[in-house]
Design a protein around this ligand. Sequence first.
Ligand code: FAD
Ligand code: N01
Length: 533
Amino acid sequence: MKIDKCLDTLIVGAGFAGMYILHKQMSEGFKVEIFEQADDVGGTWYWNKYPGARCDIESMDYSYSFSEDLQQEWNWKEKYGTQPELLEYAKFVCKKFGLRKNINFNTKIIKSKFSKEKQKWIVTTDKQKVIECEHLILATGNLSTPNTPKIPGLNNYKGNIYHTGAWPGKMPDFNGRKVGIIGTGSSAVQSIPIISNTAEKLIVFQRTPNFSLPARHRDLPKDKREEYKKNYKKYRQLAKNSSFGIAKYQPPTQSTFEVSDEERNVIYEKAWQEGGQAMLFAFTDLLIDEKANETAAEFVRNKIRKIVNDKETAEKLCPKNHPIGTKRLCLDSNYFETYNKKNVSLIDISNEPIEKITEKGLFTNNIEYSFDDLVFATGFDAMTGAVNAIEILNDEDVSLKSKWSDGPKTYLGMMVSNFPNLFMITGPQSPGVKSQMILSIEQHVDFIHNLIIHKKDNKYRKVNANSVNQDKWVNHNNEVANATLYPLAHSWYNGDNIVGKSKGFMPYVGGVANYKKICDEKVSNNYEGFEFS
Ligand code: FAD
Ligand code: N01
């Protein structure tokens, strides 16, 4: 086989994870390159250009911390970074650290096989180029494989079709048009209010109502930004010590029923007015005790009932089939208020799934709805989709996908047993998606980079995750998750959103501080669970 290029490290993906590990490996003198299917950096913030897309963790938190220079140089304009601002930030980082020359754009990795004789990965691109590398790092993203449900008749539709997770670069003009949108997750909650401002009519097809709290979005005042910058060290440390990697959300100290109903209401009301996810951090037991959780859930339902004028619509929007916070909580700007607009209607499809898509719209419960444009806000084949899309074979020709057919198994969310020198950043069973993700990305990258250096310094050619340690880690993850309410929801956290996908709770919910402590202990114990040869 003709080898077109030899690298020490090949990275797949140029989002925040890929860019940071590229920077680390370049700084250490490794021969390293990224392969990225898009034509620019940014990952999530390159693909999700839908109206209203922005992060819902405040930008002063949702940003890299590895470079003090970068922290001081970049000025976030708004409380929650918008998609264009986040994409600019990614490009700025790419330029500042001279990364672009080591990135191959418009190139998809389709296959990778660990060669027994070379003891290296042989990686194939969609352009049929073959690259040999010692280390293969998957920075392919957890929410990077858009899910378009296979609804009969989809090909017959004559209007425009959009997916929030693969939005075109040029913003479509919905002015004066009838728009249908399927889905009411975070992407829909952000885009519905904006689309409703210009569309002549917006029809929302809702299968499951979602809990959403007000974001209370605003410009970021200069004095607040400067104060944060001055004290960045303190804030970043607070984030690292927290459960979910957000400085201001420190572990609560009192439980739900320690306070009277009146006191609890005052606490919830304060959190509601403050905006963001504060409410979920009000009490210690909200995510472990159903009765406690119900007090917060009902508080939010009552807010929805107050905001939405039409009683029937309000009730349809009230989530009742899962505890609050067990599906990814949404933050919104006037989402529920949007249903008071004359041009917006809500169709509950919980009991009547969409039967088919037609030339002009879709059929549900024998009623045809027509529109000019159809938006899929139907989420992603999360956490395993992008990894499984690459054919990854170990030296015994066993595919990673087949290994994961009953659900993913990893060691610390970073390696898979019997797939040596293959690393993933924020993989399944890591706290990645249950945290401020850039914080988790930085912690994983530092760990993997140091592991590679340790391997190199000790002249090892291979590092592999021990299968017993991997099983223990997976069991520990399950135990931690099963002690919470998370498994009670049907969500992308447990593969429920994809027909035919194996079911099981995938993220580590023991918190970022605990997770880092565990990782650090493994290192102190001479890289416990990692086999070098
Ligand atoms: P990504 O940004 O997904 O990048 C992965 C890259 O890999 C992509 O560019 C993709 O094209 C590329 N790729 C994948 N497979 C291949 C292949 N086979 N060949 C070549 N290239 C490939 N997290 C938060 O913490 N806070 C937030 O507020 C927040 N908001 C979000 C909003 C939206 C709309 C979405 C979708 C996600 C949000 N997230 C948020 C999660 C977000 O995905 C992460 O914060 C972060 O951006 C992930 O970075 P990443 O580099 O790991 O992956
Ligand atoms: O996707 P989702 P998303 N017929 O999976 C519905 C991050 N993010 O893109 O709940 C009808 O949450 C589905 O219904 P149901 C964040 O981590 C963050 O919105 O499965 N409906 C659901 O309503 C988030 O969690 C931000 O019953 C169908 C919706 O489509 C993650 O990305 C913004 C259907 C999908 O919701 C994914 O969010 C955006 C079908 N066949 C994204 N299939 C921030 O604000 C699916 N649905 C930071």
